[in-house]
Ligand binder design. Structure first.
Ligand SMILES: [Zn+2]
Length: 349
């Protein structure tokens, strides 16, 4: 089951070492001008499939072991809000086909993806609606031949359990990650480690956290999760400098900037808070030392962040060919061919 067409599956790879999964397609394609912040629906998979394929390829080039189909927020509720429910199936099947082509070309794993529905509530009507939303998306992922399925960014522990149940029914491996906001617990009040333990007990193959928190405010929660479960643990922070006072990227405020309402940086003025690549490399080392085996970066990630995670694990993906070598810089370089006068002028730059 976990060995599709001779290619080692997710669980086999995790037993051999870490697996890197790039995320953050919504934010990156929004930044590039092909997706609208607010509704955040991945219509780009229909309008510009070539750009989605290109971003998949950039992330693989930078070290991602997984091509995650861009079906995040391609669900019934999101499409209902933009009056495009009729595009639901087409959008999902197209996103999966784009991802499959890149995964096949590059020998990487193909992941299906379901996520927070934004309609879950702990009542039977909502449970039935959400289950149906998961079932239709998971069905399309299975049709596309995915290697495993990600259920991500859940703030309700119960919604995550529901996603897991639907994924498990397919027999495919599951990766279930929660988004933990300022309060530090799921919306029903479970601690992240308790929620992950429940997911493990319900049969999840990989449990952990993604999105919302930057490396600094995610790692302390991950440490507790690692100590509470036996299965593989996932950590995919957003690449932003969250702090104890503002632990989520939604809570970041930019006091320096007087041209955004209330100084709220989320989601389109987060630029001053972006982590540099060295911070992501450091995150990867620390997460790996904690025993995290499924690593990635979520909303805000660029290929340079993914490469930094790969390099933090001691890898040299194809993009490492272009990792910085400042020895040859015109002013800051140490190369003997650089004129001494230029080296001395570096202080004045
Ligand atoms: Zn995210």
């Amino acid at each position: 089951m976990d060995d599709v067409g001779g290619k080692p599956g997710l669980l086999e790879r995790l037993d051999q070492g870490a697996v890197i999964c790039a995320e953050g397609y919504l934010f990156e394609l929004e930044r590039r001008g092909y997706l609208q912040a607010g509704a955040y629906v991945p219509e780009v998979v229909l309008e510009h499939p070539e750009l989605v394929a290109q971003l998949h390829r950039e992330f693989v080039h930078a070290g991602s072991d997984v091509v995650e189909a861009f079906t995040y927020y391609a669900h019934r509720e999101k499409l209902r809000i933009i009056d495009k429910e009729h595009l639901l199936e087409q959008m999902n099947r197209q996103a999966l086909a784009i991802a499959k082509e890149v995964a096949d070309d590059t020998g990487t794993l193909l992941a299906g993806d379901i996520c927070n529905t934004n309609v879950f509530l702990p009542d039977d009507d909502s449970r039935a609606t959400v289950r149906q939303m998961f079932e239709e998306q998971v069905g399309w992922a299975v049709d596309a031949g995915v290697d495993f399925i990600v259920g991500e960014t859940f703030t309700w522990g119960e919604e995550a359990l529901l996603a897991l149940a639907v994924i498990k029914a397919t027999g495919l491996p599951s990766v279930i990650t929660l988004a933990v906001h300022q309060e530090g617990s799921t919306r029903e009040g479970w601690t992240p480690e308790d929620a992950c333990k429940r997911l493990e007990d319900a049969g999840a193959d990989v449990v952990g956290l993604n999105c919302t928190r930057g490396p600094k405010t995610m790692l302390p929660l991950i440490e507790k999760i690692r100590a509470s479960v036996d299965v593989h643990v996932a950590a995919l922070p957003v690449p932003y400098r969250t702090t104890e006072e503002t632990p989520s990227f939604q809570s970041l405020h930019d006091a320096e900037c007087d041209v955004i309402p209330d100084g709220r940086a989320f989601p389109t003025a987060l630029d001053p808070f972006v982590c540099n690549r060295y911070e992501l490399e450091d995150f990867a080392r620390k997460a790996s030392a904690l025993g995290v085996t499924y690593l990635g970066v979520c909303c805000g990630a660029g290929p340079h962040h993914i490469r930094a995670v790969a390099e933090g694990l001691g890898r040299t993906p194809p993009a490492s060919r272009y990792s910085a070598d400042m020895s040859k810089h015109a002013f800051f370089g140490t190369d003997e061919r650089i004129p001494q006068e230029y080296k001395e002028y570096a202080e004045k730059l």
